[in-house]
Design a binder for this molecule. Structure first.
Ligand code: FES
Ligand code: FES
Length: 164
């Protein structure tokens, strides 16, 4: 990548203003993990297929492996670290712990981001809505039963987040 195209991009991550100088096509995933040391967001496929790298961008769930930093100017990003510190996610964290929904370190952060996003849009989702809401997040090993059950248990227990 040519250094001539590098620029400082300002945006917010988990409520903190950040300024990152990088090539405009640097992936948000790499910005988080390598520039900001927020390693909770994981890389699975690197191609937008698995959801392991899911974060919230201005409140919408996105796969951070597909987002170039140039798109972030003035935006607000929330990662799994931001959700972990947010007391409003307590019931969701507890549900994943109680039901064994946190099965591995690769898919779980993205699953929780997707579950939070779903429950913000649909506080009491049906089983189909849970399946659809997490359909962008793949588990390649243990299966979805405990993950879906975790979301069922957390349903109706989460307060609404402030606008991001
Ligand atoms: Fe981004 Fe798989 S690593 S979707
Ligand atoms: Fe994480 Fe299956 S890939 S539990």
């Amino acid at each position: 990548m040519s250094e001539a195209a590098w620029a400082a991009i300002q945006f917010t991550v988990n409520g903190q203003q950040q300024s990152v100088t990088a090539h405009p096509l640097t992936r948000l995933l790499d910005v988080l993990r390598e520039h900001l040391q927020l390693t909770g967001t994981k890389e699975g496929c690197g191609e937008g297929e698995c959801g392991a790298c899911a974060v919230l961008l201005d409140g919408e769930i996105v796969n951070s492996c597909l987002i170039p930093i140039v798109q972030l100017r003035g935006s607000s990003v929330t990662t799994i670290e931001g959700l972990a510190k947010n007391p409003k996610t307590k019931a969701l964290q507890e549900a994943f712990a109680q039901c064994g929904g946190a099965q591995c370190g690769i898919c779980t952060p993205g699953m929780i981001v997707a579950a939070w996003s779903l429950l913000q849009r649909k506080p009491n989702p049906s089983d189909d809505e849970i399946r659809n809401g997490l359909s962008g997040n793949l588990c390649r090993c243990t299966g979805y039963t405990r993950i879906f059950e975790s979301v069922r248990i957390a349903a109706g227990k989460l307060p609404k987040a402030e606008a991001e």
